[in-house]
Design a protein around this ligand. Structure first.
Ligand code: AMP
Ligand code: ZN
Length: 145
């Protein structure tokens, strides 16, 4: 935890443009925003993965992020917002302290998520859904992950 930059922001060891703080979460401006007003919402306690963040804290992260999204959306240049969370390096997580991005969006902001859309071969979606449904039920009953 000693070198985690987001823990240092929580502890006030390095500066950040904070926009919200309570007993569970802190929110501050992303230093390199997709659009101005881009905010990061983080748990105060260090967790590399959101999967180990306690449910009440994760719930607060989502509540605070969506409220910040509404505040941003009400500003003139924006109409909407994206919530984004990368969990793991391959997913694009660079800072290894779980964080949720709140990205304000405008119809003319010239930013497009690079979102591809594949097609399942016949029968594959049902087969995969069945496998995942079983594993998810087990994963949700395991409080350690
Ligand atoms: P991610 O790729 O999801 O791990 O995103 C990490 C985000 O943290 C990036 O958007 C960075 O611009 C942002 N970031 C890194 N260091 C700081 C910092 N000191 N203050 C604010 N935002 C930061
Ligand atoms: Zn940390």
């Amino acid at each position: 935890m000693g070198e985690c930059i987001f823990c240092k922001i929580v502890n006030g060891e390095i500066p950040a443009a904070k926009v919200y703080e309570d007993d569970l979460v802190t929110a501050f401006l992303d230093i390199a925003p997709i659009n101005f007003g881009h905010v990061l919402v983080i748990p105060k306690e260090h967790h590399q993965s959101v999967s180990t963040v306690p449910e009440n804290v994760a719930g607060r992260m989502l509540k605070v992020a969506s409220r910040i999204g509404i505040v941003l959306k009400r500003r003139d240049e924006y109409d909407a917002y994206n919530l984004h969370l990368a969990d793991g390096t391959a997913a694009g997580q660079v800072v290894m302290h779980a964080h949720m991005h709140v990205v304000p969006r405008g119809v003319e902001d010239n930013f497009r998520w690079n979102w591809r859309q594949l097609t399942y071969p016949d029968g594959k979606a049902a087969e995969l859904a069945k496998e995942l449904a079983e594993k998810i039920t087990v994963a949700l009953s395991n409080t350690e992950e």
